[in-house]
Design a protein around this ligand. Structure first.
Ligand SMILES: Cc1cc2nc3c(=O)[nH]c(=O)nc-3n(C[C@H](O)[C@H](O)[C@H](O)COP(=O)(O)O)c2cc1C
Length: 262
């Protein structure tokens, strides 16, 4: 870790250290990766006009998200299978965000269970990411489990009803190493395969599913992957509590606009 001082440094070091298959899984975007590249480029197009001679002896980045305070407006996005990179997996990420007072969003395809993450970072604000299961009683069970473990909101990923075509992964086919489990999405599976993990997702889910979630879950609902004003309005009309503008890191629909538009 010595000498790593910014996100770019960590990315370069990770790309150097990770094996081909894990690197391809973490790094790749969909198709030509136009959106993946533009996500980064769009950030660099945003410039700030700094004002001088203001009193900055007390600096405070705190704000509120879903009506509750966060010390910094930063969260950890749900990213699957973190134990591929480090044995601490998502528990390590949760502890890190706990120390700075942001929000941990645990992936449905996490390699640590929501209970393990809750125990590792009891004071972190925690949201639970999920995908619609073909069997809705299982999805309903997910809400109960998340709530019991102290997760305060659920985040439905809406931009991945089918998985994007990622060429690097096709070149370096991925399957689960035996030590990797998915205790939130597939709690009962001893043997996992990528297709098995994705087979349970309801590829036919529509806005009707959103109304259903609102009718069965007490937790605030955030939709992750909204990219148009039309969809945002629809979500608000159905009583959704939060809209997460995202293109899934350019991993789903290539040529979608960058998440941050300047
Ligand atoms: C390796 C990897 C795994 C990811 N896994 C998930 C996931 O399980 N669920 C999810 O909603 N998003 C997942 N994402 C997408 C991220 O949560 C996030 O949306 C993206 O990295 C940042 O792009 P955005 O600014 O467009 O949101 C994953 C991204 C990466 C790079």
């Amino acid at each position: 870790m010595e000498g790593l001082v910014c996100v770019d440094d960590f990315e370069k070091e990770a790309l150097r250290k990770l094996g081909n298959v894990t690197r391809a899984y973490y790094r790749s975007g969909a198709d030509d990766e136009f959106t993946l590249k533009d996500n980064g480029a769009a950030f660099s197009r945003i410039l700030l006009r700094p004002f001088m001679l203001r009193d900055v002896s007390n600096r405070d980045l705190s704000t509120t998200v879903l009506g509750k305070k966060v010390a910094v407006p930063i969260g950890i996005s749900p990213t699957a299978m973190q134990r591929l990179a480090h044995p601490d997996g998502e528990c390590g990420s949760a502890k890190a965000i706990e120390t700075i007072g942001g929000i941990m969003v645990l992936s449905y395809f996490a390699t640590c269970s929501c209970e393990e993450v809750a125990a590792a970072a009891p004071n972190a604000r925690k949201w639970f990411n999920f995908y619609m299961h073909k069997d809705r009683t299982i999805t309903q069970g997910v809400f109960k489990r998340a709530e019991k473990a102290g997760f305060e909101a659920v985040v439905l990923t809406v931009d991945a009803p089918v998985i994007g075509k990622r060429r690097d992964i096709e070149r370096n086919p991925f399957d689960f190493p035996p030590h990797i489990k998915l205790p939130n999405a597939c709690p009962d599976e001893e043997e996992l395969s990528v297709s098995k993990a994705h087979d349970d997702i309801d590829h036919g889910a529509t806005w009707e599913a959103v109304s259903w979630i609102k009718s069965v879950s007490r937790l605030p609902l955030v939709l992750k992957g909204i990219q148009t004003a039309e969809d945002a309005i629809h979500a608000v009309e159905l009583g959704v509590d939060g809209i997460w503008i995202s293109n899934h890191g350019g991993r789903q629909i290539d040529t979608a606009p960058a998440t941050v538009i300047s």
